[in-house]
Design a protein around this ligand. Structure first.
Ligand code: ADP
Ligand code: MG
Length: 395
């Protein structure tokens, strides 16, 4: 990964214009899975893996983007390209890396940001792609900040997060909640971010200094993921509609209690009942986990992570054997307070809370155990909770 100064130099070599450089991080979700689109609570942290966008304005109306990760260059007339790509994606075209950038330009254009003169961009990230650490939000937020910065257009950060989500929903066509883009915007050094996904009020929760966030990448992503994700969304909607019939103030599962589910859950198919039970109990676990962090009670926090994983595995049925093995191995390790799948499901990464002085032994044991169990070399990242999106000011 290039430093911002190197990326800026590469941009200058390619385009002959000086660049502004912006960074936005990926994220790891400590607890609160599939609660964001139910208006509930989540507790992610930004990680110190990020996407950098170097940008300069053009005058010829073109969008020229070079991707360092893909060693590819996009060169199009901006306005018609956005419209054409939007139509193609709706007609079922396969997603391309440039769509995340185009989607952001498309939504910013709708909100009055002057994009028609065009931009040159050089883009590089070190968030593992498609591993559940939200490289997609990182590239969206970095692009949005870059375009807003280059055009000196004032937009509140909360609105930026919402528009990046809208770009992913409406342009790319992935029906994600607000968590990823929000924490990529609002992350803070050594803090997790508790987000109320209804009001978008958030609380920074200090992460105790004697633990490390250790992320284990299973290196698998099962192909069912996209389809199953949409099935889960439909199941949640079905369950919510039944509860809403009985108690109209239940607009999302955030408003429902376990008592509601006990009373009316028998009207739901068994799978729908279990999906709802996961979301309702998960909201409670997020609130309890924030409390545990605030009291420095790492054992309690870890126990809640464990319960969250069991619920995600058994009630939400969104885990997979490789991830379950990583969690099982971690649970046996001294110094590991808790482990769970993080992200949408069906592969990707686990997040582990590990005592700082035991991290080395932990990573060693995880590598060996996972290799023995699956034949796969896992990747392990030790990350500090990091700052959200920002401009990199040259020294
Ligand atoms: P995740 O968000 O879990 O990493 P997604 O499938 O949501 O997985 O998003 C990954 C996609 O985002 C990549 O396949 C690529 O198209 C795009 N992307 C992310 N980061 C970059 C980057 N640095 N450069 C180009 N495209 C990127
Ligand atoms: Mg993503």
């Amino acid at each position: 990964m290039h430093t911002p100064a190197e990326l800026s130099a590469q941009h200058f070599d390619s385009f002959g214009t000086p660049a502004l450089v912006f960074a936005a991080p990926g994220r790891v979700n400590l607890i609160g899975e599939h609660t964001d689109y139910c208006d509930g609570f989540v507790l992610p942290a930004a990680i110190d893996f990020k996407t950098l966008v170097a940008i300069s304005q053009r005058t010829d109306g073109r969008l020229v983007v070079q991707s360092v990760n893909y060693s590819e260059r996009l060169d199009e007339v901006l306005d018609p390209f956005l419209d054409r790509r939007f139509r193609d994606l709706r007609a079922g075209a396969e997603t391309h890396w440039a769509d995340y950038i185009a989607g952001v330009l498309w939504i910013l254009r709708q909100h009055g940001v002057p994009v028609a003169d065009g931009f040159s961009m050089t883009v590089e990230g070190d968030v593992p792609l498609g591993a559940g650490l939200s490289s997609s939000a990182a590239i969206e937020v970095a692009t949005a900040c870059a375009v807003l910065g280059a055009t000196s257009f004032d937009l509140p950060l909360e609105k930026t997060a919402q528009l990046c989500r809208a770009a992913e929903n409406q342009f790319v066509g992935a029906n994600v909640g607000i968590m990823d883009q929000f924490v990529s915007c609002f992350g803070a050094l050594d803090h997790a971010v508790m987000i109320d996904c209804r009001s978008l009020q958030y609380t920074l929760v200090p992460i105790p200094s004697d633990v490390r966030i250790v992320i284990c990448n299973s290196m698998v992503k099962h192909s069912v993921a996209g389809g199953e994700y949409n099935t889960r969304r439909a199941e949640i909607e079905q369950g919510t509609a039944i509860l809403h019939l009985h108690r109209p103030e239940i607009r999302a599962l955030r408003d429902a209690t376990l008592e509601d589910l006990d009373r009316w859950g028998s009207e739901m198919p068994a799978n729908v009942f279990r999906r709802c039970r996961h979301v309702i109990t998960e909201d409670n676990r997020v609130l309890a986990a924030v409390n545990a962090f605030q009291h420095g009670d790492l054992s309690r926090f870890g126990q809640l992570m464990h319960e969250a994983h069991v619920s995600f595995r058994d009630d939400f049925e969104a885990s997979c054997p490789e991830i379950d093995l990583l969690v099982e191995l971690a649970d046996k390790e001294p110094g590991c307070f808790g482990a769970r799948l993080t992200g949408g499901g069906f592969g990707g990464c686990t997040v582990n809370l590990v005592a700082a002085e035991q991290v080395e032994g932990f990573t060693q044991a995880m590598r060996t155990g996972y290799k023995q169990g699956t034949g796969i070399d896992c990747e392990i990242y030790i990350s500090r909770a990091s700052a959200g999106a920002h401009q990199i000011v040259p020294e």
